[in-house]
Design a protein around this ligand. Structure first.
Ligand SMILES: Nc1ncnc2c1ncn2[C@@H]1O[C@H](COP(=O)(O)OP(=O)(O)OP(=O)(O)O)[C@@H](O)[C@H]1O
Ligand SMILES: [Mg+2]
Length: 331
């Protein structure tokens, strides 16, 4: 059963700070950060979101946790619409769904020691036990993430990048969540530390039966950790499916280009050619007409400039939004 279900999610921001725009007497500009996104995450699965910077990954995550107001669409958590949650139910949702942030050094309070950082959610949620019992719980959590009692007394600036990340993970586990959004949890780490953090996350997932939404620019990490992948471009999911299907048969020209950046050897034993993406991601304020990828697409058709493609199922569980996917497939 799906733990998280997203239906036609739109999250728009209004932008008032463009002086030239306001001099022309125009109203606020609308940033379509997430524009009609649908997907679901089964219990204990890891759904990865990938795509270039600014395509809306973090905004999807923040919308799922009700940290930002939705413009349209529905999000269900364990069968309940999160917009209908109030009071005790909302508080319960807040403990069941957690987030690990990209940069733990800036997201962890610099004036708190690790012990306080990890125990704070217990205070916020009124689950405070006596001091000794709480300390024991914090020490246990630190041990679970591979740290020791000594780290409990340290401030974030005294911890290494990997240790700080582990404190962030321990904090996310404090309220025994079922769902964790991991926003670039391994970014900026050395390869060996990254591998250790990834292994830890897999162990925790198994031990506590966790469901992850995993956001990453690192496609090696995505291949290693996730079982489903959604590819985002300019606020939309252009392709999604099982990780093996996506990596072995990317259908959307954008996915094809994105994944070709991973060195791969083809059947003839030669490195496959990398597809270079020309141009920049267009602005989400003024997205192109038709398919938003059309100005950068090497397979563009006239139809792509006029009509937005719908997300269609091509193989079982493999969806793509492209007028041209058949041509790409047969290329
Ligand atoms: N609070 C906000 N107000 C206005 N615009 C915003 C806000 N948050 C995000 N945006 C805009 O929404 C778009 C998507 O941003 P988002 O942070 O979701 O991208 P991302 O895919 O997470 O990028 P990155 O990979 O760089 O983290 C961007 O154009 C961004 O400028
Ligand atoms: Mg982001």
């Amino acid at each position: 059963m799906a733990l998280v279900k997203v239906e036609n999610l739109k999250t728009y921001f209004s932008k008032n700070d463009d002086i030239f725009h306001s001099l022309l007497g125009k109203g606020p500009q609308i940033v379509k950060a997430v524009d009609n996104v649908s997907f679901s995450i089964e219990k204990e699965d890891t759904f990865a979101l990938v795509g270039e910077s600014g395509c809306g990954k973090t905004t999807v995550a923040r919308s799922l946790l009700r940290l930002v107001e939705l413009t349209a669409g529905q999000i269900y958590f364990d069968g309940k619409n999160i917009n209908d949650l109030h009071g005790r139910e909302l508080k319960e949702f807040r403990s069941r769904a957690q987030m690990i942030l990209q940069d733990p050094r800036s997201s962890l309070n610099p004036r708190m020691i690790a012990e306080e950082i990890v125990s704070e959610p217990l205070y916020i949620h009124g689950r405070v036990k006596d001091e000794m019992e709480m300390l024991e719980e914090v020490w246990h959590l630190l041990e679970v993430v591979g740290l020791s009692k000594q780290h409990a007394e340290m401030f974030p600036h005294e911890l290494s990048g990997g240790q700080a990340r582990r404190v962030g993970i321990a904090r996310a586990l404090t309220l025994q969540p079922e769902f964790i959004v991991c926003d670039e949890p391994t970014a900026g780490l050395d390869v060996s530390i990254m591998a250790a953090v990834l292994n830890l996350m897999r162990e925790l997932q198994e031990k506590y039966k966790l469901t992850f939404l995993w956001i990453s620019h690192n496609l090696h990490v995505v291949k290693h950790i996730s079982n489903k992948v959604g590819v985002m471009y300019l606020g939309k999911i252009v392709e999604h499916g099982g990780v093996d299907d996506l990596f072995s048969h990317p259908l959307h020209p954008y996915t094809e280009a994105l994944f070709s950046s991973i060195p791969q050897v083809n059947k003839k034993g030669k490195y496959q050619q990398r597809v270079v993406l020309e141009g920049e991601v267009p602005s989400p304020i003024n997205p192109p007409r038709g398919c938003s990828f059309n100005p950068r697409c090497r397979y563009v058709l006239q139809k792509c400039r006029e009509e937005e493609p719908e997300l269609c199922q091509i193989d079982k569980g493999h969806f793509v939004a492209c007028h041209n996917y058949k041509e790409v497939k047969g290329d």
